[in-house]
Design a protein around this ligand. Sequence first.
Ligand code: AMP
Ligand code: MG
Length: 330
Amino acid sequence: MNPTLETLILPAGEAAASAAARILAAGGLVAFPTETVYGLGADAANPAAIARLYQAKGRPAFNPLIAHVTDLSAARQIARFDTAAEKLAATFWPGPLTLVLPKAESCIVADLATAGLDTVAVRVPAHPVARDILRAFGGPVVAPSANLSGHVSPTTAAHVESDLAGLIDLIVDGGPVEVGVESTIVGCFEQPMLLRPGGVPREDIERVLGRALAQPPQEVEGNSAQPLAPGMLASHYAPRTRVRLNADSVAPGEALLAFGLHRLHGEADAVAMMNLSANGDLAEAAANLFGYLRALDARGANAIAVMPIPNEGLGEAINDRLRRAAVERA
Ligand code: AMP
Ligand code: MG
C-alpha cells in the first residue's frame, strides 16, 4: 500500500488515549505499547477496520487476531470461560497470556478478526498505556504487532514509525516496551493446550492448572505458526459446502460468491448470490469474506462457485483463505 496518511505521533497520556479512542471508533488504526511489543490496534468489531489493518501490515494471509480487553468481565462478553480458563485469567491477567476460547453468544468480534473460527483469542494487557486506551475506547481491540509483515516486532515508537508511517492514523509513544516477547497462547479445550510459548512460562501455567499442558498436533502443511487442535479448534475456517474457485460460469445447484460487476453465465439461476464487492474493492471484499462464506454455506447448495479475485494487495490474503476453503475434505 502507498503511504498516504498523515500519521500522528502523540506522547502517552490522557489526550493520546482519547484521540486513540476517537480514531478507533471511526475505524482507524492506532499503534500503542503493550507489555509484549507495540501493537497495531483496530476496533475488533469493525471488519472494515480490520481489513485496513491487514492492508497496512501487508500480511499475505488472514491469521486470527487477539482481542484485547480491559478486564475479565469484558472478556466474558466475547468468550466462554471454563474452570481452567477462569483460573488462568485470575492468576495471569492483566499480563502476557492469551486464552483461546469458544466465542460467547454475545461476541461482537468480527469474523475477519477470528478468521471465521468459532473460537476467539482474548487477552487483558498490563501496560498502563494500553489499558488507558482500552478503557477510553470501551470495546475489544485487536492488536497484532505494529510492523510490516516479515519485519521484526517493534519495541519502540520509532520502530513503528519506520515501518508504518503514512499507513496508520496514530502512534502513541509510551517509550520502549520491556518484554519484547509475544504473549503465551493457551487454548482452553477439553485439554488445555500450549498453542504458542511466550511471556508467561509453561511451568507457571501448569502449576496453576495442576496438570501438564497438551501439545498441539502440528499442521500437515508445515506452517508451525498456525496452531491446529482437535475438536473446537480448527486451524482455519472451512465451509461444509464444496468451494469451486475461479468460476467463469454458475452450474445448476451452485451458489455464487461474486466479485466486481462482471456477470456470469448461469448467474440468474444460482441458489444464492452474494457479491464480496461490486466495486471491486479488495478491502470491502476482505471485510465481507467470512460472513458471506458462512451465509452461502448455510444455503444447501451443492457447491459455492467463487469468481476470480485479483491476487494483489489484500487479494493475496483473500485467495489464500479461499484456497484453504476449497481443499477437498474426507
Ligand atoms: P499475535 O501474532 O501475537 O497477534 O497473535 C496472533 C496469533 O494468535 C495467531 O497467529 C494465532 O496463532 C493465535 N490465535 C489467535 N486466535 C486464535 C484462535 N481462535 N485459534 C487459535 N489460535 C489463535
Ligand atoms: Mg508479529
